[in-house]
Design a protein around this ligand. Structure first.
Ligand code: HXC
Ligand code: NAP
Length: 285
């Protein structure tokens, strides 16, 4: 699986990735480094961030600045802006990727369980967006926001209701600001990924034997999960100037999963060729 953009596509751009120490944030960050970006990775865990920063610098030869920041704490975001500007000069893009999630029947959730997800996903994203947006506007700088949502941001989904509510809010934020802040040359877009295996998501959404019982690939018309490089290609494109005219868009990358599961007759894939022959013979009788 190869990178798709020209080698210097993100040269001299400084990009902040929240939750950039693990999973998809790390994979997208790695590709952005390969394309010449300076990277800032943030999350709550200092050791994880530092380990990832060393690893990515060694792999790509790029520059990675790890900064501890809980996206639920507005003051800590101020520190990310200050430290990044001192180190790299200017911020060009923000990838709002940090999230929390778990599966549970909603009636089993405490209000604190609901809060913790909404605080990370929705509040964390609007805190980052507000702080960085104000900074860009006050300095008359252009910038790009890229938000990671999910395909259930618009359908909703049982058993992950706090996440669904939060991602729906992030989608509304993306589209609203794409219009409102375009006058400041600030773009906002989102990606809605289907299943891409990561330790963080799999351990919480498919714990124990669930992964054997509900193989995500089975729900997907292409019959496979996503590869990290496929997502990284899309994210780098949306962060780059090649996508300068894309604003307020959410791009789904899920192998056709959500449409398949909304399609009234999609389950007819279970019908074998022989059965179709029989059905054909009885047609119109
Ligand atoms: C029900 C739960 C719970 C669970 C925690 N709680 N886990 N309730 N089911 N599995 C409740 C607790 O009982 C508590 O409520 C409240 O939530 C807060 O609990 P804490 O102990 O403070 O939280 P903790 O369990 O330490 O952390 C939860 C978390 C953590 C913050 C969500 O898992 C985390 O750090 N996650 C970050 C990474 C992550 O989740 N990655 C996956 C993203 S995947 P009470 O009332 O008891 O105090 C994703 C993909 C979507 O979004 C699409 C896939 C296709
Ligand atoms: P992940 O590895 O668990 O990533 C989540 C990241 O968020 C972690 O690095 C975590 O770091 C960080 N984070 C959590 N709470 C935070 C907080 N309060 N402040 C700052 N950072 C925080 O899972 P992932 O699968 O890569 O998910 C990445 C993104 O993709 C998420 O937005 C997720 O909803 C989305 N997504 C994933 C899939 C999938 O199949 N994997 C599908 C659709 C959407 P710390 O714990 O160190 O803080």
């Amino acid at each position: 699986m190869k990178g798709m953009l020209l080698p210097d596509s993100l040269k001299e751009k400084t990009i902040i990735i929240t939750g950039g120490g693990t999973g998809l944030g790390k994979s997208m960050g790695k590709y952005m480094l390969e394309l010449g970006a300076n990277l800032v990775i943030t999350s709550r865990k200092k050791e994880v961030l530092e380990k990832t920063a060393h690893e990515l610098e060694a792999q790509t030869g790029g520059k990675v600045l790890p900064i501890m920041c809980d996206v639920r704490k507005y003051d800590e975001i101020g520190n990310v802006i200050k430290t990044t500007e001192n180190h790299f000069g200017q911020i060009h893009g923000v990838l709002n990727n940090a999230a929390g999630n778990f599966i549970s029947p909603t009636e089993r959730l405490s209000h604190r369980a609901f809060d913790i997800i909404v605080d990370i996903v929705l509040k964390g994203t609007y805190y980052m967006t507000l702080a960085i947006g104000k900074n860009w506007i006050s300095k008359d700088q252009s910038g790009t926001f890229l938000n990671i949502v999910t395909t259930y941001a618009w359908t909703g989904s049982g058993y992950v209701v706090p996440s669904a509510c939060s991602k729906a809010g992030v989608l509304a934020l993306t589209r609203s600001l794409a219009v409102e802040w375009a006058k400041y040359k600030i773009r906002s877009n989102a990606i809605a990924p289907g299943p891409f295996p990561t330790e963080g998501a799999w351990s919480r959404l498919l714990p124990g034997d669930l992964v054997k019982k509900f193989d995500p690939a089975e729900r997907i018309p292409l019959k496979r999960v996503g590869e990290h490089q496929e997502l990284a290609n899309l994210a780098a494109y949306l962060m780059s100037d090649f996508s300068a005219y894309i604003n307020g868009e959410v791009i789904t990358i899920d192998g056709g999963e959500w449409l398949r599961n909304g399609g009234e007759f999609s389950h007819l894939e279970l019908i074998s060729s022989e059965m179709w022959n029989t059905i054909e013979k009885t047609r119109g009788k």
